[in-house]
Design a protein around this ligand. Structure first.
Ligand code: ADP
Ligand code: ZN
Ligand code: ZN
Length: 723
């Protein structure tokens, strides 16, 4: 064989196989890094990404097709190069390599997970055909021609929007633009800022691409429609979506459009951070505080944090937006204070609502003062009744789905425990089931107590189903302005299980069909409801005393977001002679969180939280990683972690990293597997990263040693979002 080349190819090997997942293959020619190839792996043929090629001098082809390099190492040949596609560029490969390193996973695993699943099934010819199809579909239309479909035009900017866009333009023009945090009230018009920032970026450079990320695209079907309408003049493939609700062929098409530059805008969820965007100039991360940006399996990456990294690598402007920024981003955007220098991010603000609308008035109901077992206080019920009879809508928010969290026997101590988890099964009255929300185990509700035979088993506590039922009773005598009975609807994970159900239910709310909307956090986020004037949180207290230090931050942001759904149409509100309100029923009205909420004062809340965090040396003043082990027994899980921990202590890299003992997870057993975790913490991100990297091989070895015998799986979570 004359010209043999050795290619390093990233492939997805079975997790923790210890193979390493960049494997060497032989090929007759060099291939540019980033080329997709098909290679043999074991008995299968798999997709891989060329990471690097080098000449293999003195290599010999063997009769069986393999190649022996000069040292006699046997290499299998590459089966096929998918070279109809442009190679994935260095910026993309760097992003993948960084994510793999930072989140402690295999390079091949992260690279392959970032590719659309359907790529794995296609050969070169099929792929070339898909590309051609794309070309035919893409008909760029010149802006302003008669051919352009009905385009939505840009709105006249409010002074605050104009100021923000001007500051952003100035920052983008600098050689290394800082990430910008747009701190804008709910209803301040952040979406219009995103739209115009994107428009300007595309107009400035004929090839430029923008990435717009949202937490959960299904929750905001309006947003995709708005982007399509706004950018209709750029051609019908200018905007593509990328999220897990799409079919594999759709995802592949979007991905190809991004890679080839046909797509100018990729609108997607966290996975979109890995979209190949060779001409990326702008990244928008909407609702940047949202926990769903953190991936919860495989490489547990934060798409927001990777967006910031990617922006710097590709010299693209990053714009993070939120009414309740994460404390991390808020801290990074702090202004200079005396001696202390400003943070690395630029902070931009839009405090006012569009149309001089006011944020809803917050009213706290002290549940201590209410008769025992009050569900909806008399004051709240009265306020809701008045609004509904005037034709306004109300939203009642309860973060627990199902009818009741527990079913219990009144005679003995039987409760609806899940036999497989350390948790109760939730009672769902609609289909009369007991369902475990952790492992999915579902059974019909027993007719009598399984333990003592008592037929009197009753629900304890309440979820959205029960709340819906109770509201129906409470509003039975109330009429809408048209004389019809009040209509109550519920939106949660159960009511929206079927394809298209959420869209249909949201449409009913928007059209005014629904008077009272009950739901979980699904209804609290993002929606631009125009006729909701009252929002109520009926039981937010549990998060006040959670052991997770981020619980108050989450609760505050959820309540602010919920409040943000009320009174979004200020002109209509004024015409109604009405004022928007947010009601909160709590047993702890004195809690400082509610005080800040009443003033809509995120900065005050953040300052107080950051002070606590700094005093306790917690993020963002420290960096954390969790190591988790799942095992047959809790002892085995903890023994594995503690042994691993002792091994970590012995590493030179352990200096400067605090290690805590292994503890069970809050829900300790799920699907008959016991779970434990161990926290590592350091004031230095680099120190923590060095230890994790050095520790990784130790953990792999330990898994194969006797102490790893009972371990089902282990994983590392860097910058965990819940502790
Ligand atoms: P946010 O995302 O900040 O909560 P939105 O982007 O949903 O707010 O904007 C709130 C409402 O204000 C939307 O109905 C939007 O169409 C409208 N809006 C935004 N900017 C303008 C503007 N410059 N002029 C008129 N209406 C606007
Ligand atoms: Zn019983
Ligand atoms: Zn279970």
């Amino acid at each position: 064989m004359d010209a043999a080349w050795v290619l390093a190819v990233a492939v997805q090997t079975p997790a923790h196989a210890g193979l390493g997942d960049v494997l060497s293959y032989a090929h007759t020619a060099p291939l540019p890094a980033g080329t997709l190839v098909r290679v043999p792996l074991g008995r299968r043929e798999v997709l891989g990404v060329v990471w690097d090629s080098r000449a293999a001098d003195g290599a010999q082809a063997l009769p069986d097709g393999r190649v022996a390099d000069a040292d006699g190492v046997l290499l299998k040949p590459v089966t096929a190069a998918l070279d109809a596609l442009p190679p994935l560029d260095a910026a993309w490969r760097d992003l993948v390599a960084f994510a793999a390193r930072y989140y402690q996973r295999g390079l091949g695993e992260v690279a392959l997970a970032a590719l659309p699943p359907q790529l794995r099934e296609l050969d070169g010819t099929q792929l070339a055909r898909r590309l051609k199809r794309r070309d035919r579909q893409a008909r760029p239309v010149a802006a302003g021609t008669a051919e352009a479909p009905s385009a939505e035009t840009a709105l006249a900017l409010s002074p605050e929007q104009a100021a923000v866009l001007a500051a952003l333009a100035e920052e983008s023009a600098t050689p290394a633009p800082r990430p910008a945090l747009l701190f804008g009230s709910t209803g301040s018009g952040k979406t219009e800022v995103y739209l115009q920032a994107v428009a300007r970026c595309l107009a400035a450079d004929p090839g430029a691409q923008a990435l717009v990320m949202v937490p959960e695209i299904n929750l905001t079907p309006q947003l995709e429609a708005r982007f399509r309408a706004r950018f209709a003049a750029w051609g019908d493939t200018a905007v593509v979506a990328l999220h897990s609700g799409m079919t594999n062929p759709q995802r592949l098409q979007s991905w190809l459009a991004a890679l080839t530059g046909q797509a100018r805008i990729v609108l997607g969820t966290r996975m979109a951070v890995f979209a190949p965007l060779p001409a990326l100039r702008l990244i928008v991360v909407d609702e940047e505080h949202d926990p769903s940006y953190k991936q919860q399996e495989g490489a547990r990456y934060s798409a927001r944090d990777l967006a910031v990294w990617r922006g710097r690598r590709q010299n693209a402007q990053v714009l993070l937006g939120s009414a309740t920024p994460s404390l991390e981003s808020w801290h990074h955007s702090r202004p200079a204070d005396g001696e202390a220098p400003a943070g690395r991010y630029l902070r931009l603000q839009m405090p006012s609502r569009i149309g001089a609308g006011e944020l809803p008035r917050v009213r706290l109901v002290d549940m201590q003062q209410q008769p025992a077992k009050t569900l909806i206080s008399a004051g709240l019920l009265d306020a809701m009744t008045q609004r509904v009879t005037r034709g306004e809508q109300c939203m009642v928010f309860l973060n627990r789905r199902g009818y009741a969290p527990v079913l219990a026997c009144s005679d003995c101590d039987w409760k609806s425990e899940c036999p497989h988890c350390s948790a109760y099964r939730v009672f769902h009255k609609i289909d009369r089931t007991l369902r475990c929300h952790h492992c999915g185990f579902t059974e019909r509700v027993p007719r009598a107590c399984p333990s003592c035979g008592n037929p009197d088993i009753a629900p304890v506590g309440r979820g959205t189903e029960r709340l819906e039922e109770q509201l129906a009773t409470l509003f039975a005598g109330v009429r809408r302005p048209d004389g019809e009975p009040v209509r109550i609807a519920r939106i949660d994970a159960d009511s929206t299980r079927h394809e298209g159900a959420l869209e249909a239910q949201l449409a009913l709310v928007h059209s005014g069909e629904v008077d009272v909307l009950v739901g979980t956090q699904m209804i609290a986020k993002g929606h631009d409801f125009r006729r909701i004037t009252l929002v109520a949180a009926v039981n937010p207290d549990s998060a006040l005393f959670s052991s997770d230090f981020r619980a108050p931050e989450r609760l505050f942001s959820l309540l602010m977001q919920s409040a943000g759904r009320a009174g979004r149409d200020s002109a209509w509100l004024a015409a109604q002679g009405s004022q928007a309100e947010m009601w909160i029923q709590t047993f702890h009205p004195q809690h400082p969180l509610f005080d800040a909420l009443r003033r809509h004062d995120y900065p005050r809340f953040a300052a107080q939280q950051l002070q606590d965090r700094e005093a306790a040396a917690m993020p963002p003043f420290a960096f954390q990683a969790l190591v988790r082990a799942d095992a047959r027994t809790q002892e085995a899980a903890q023994a594995f972690l503690n042994t691993a921990g002792e091994a970590a202590d012995a590493l030179p890299e352990a200096a400067g990293v605090m290690r805590y003992p292994a503890v069970p997870l809050a829900v300790q057993r799920v699907a008959n597997v016991e779970r434990a975790q161990m926290l590592l913490e350091s004031p230095s991100r680099a120190a923590l990263q060095r230890l994790l990297a050095a520790w990784q091989p130790v953990l792999h070895d330990l898994r194969r040693s006797p102490v790893g015998q009972g371990v089902v799986r282990w994983l590392v979570d860097v910058d965990p979002q819940s502790i």
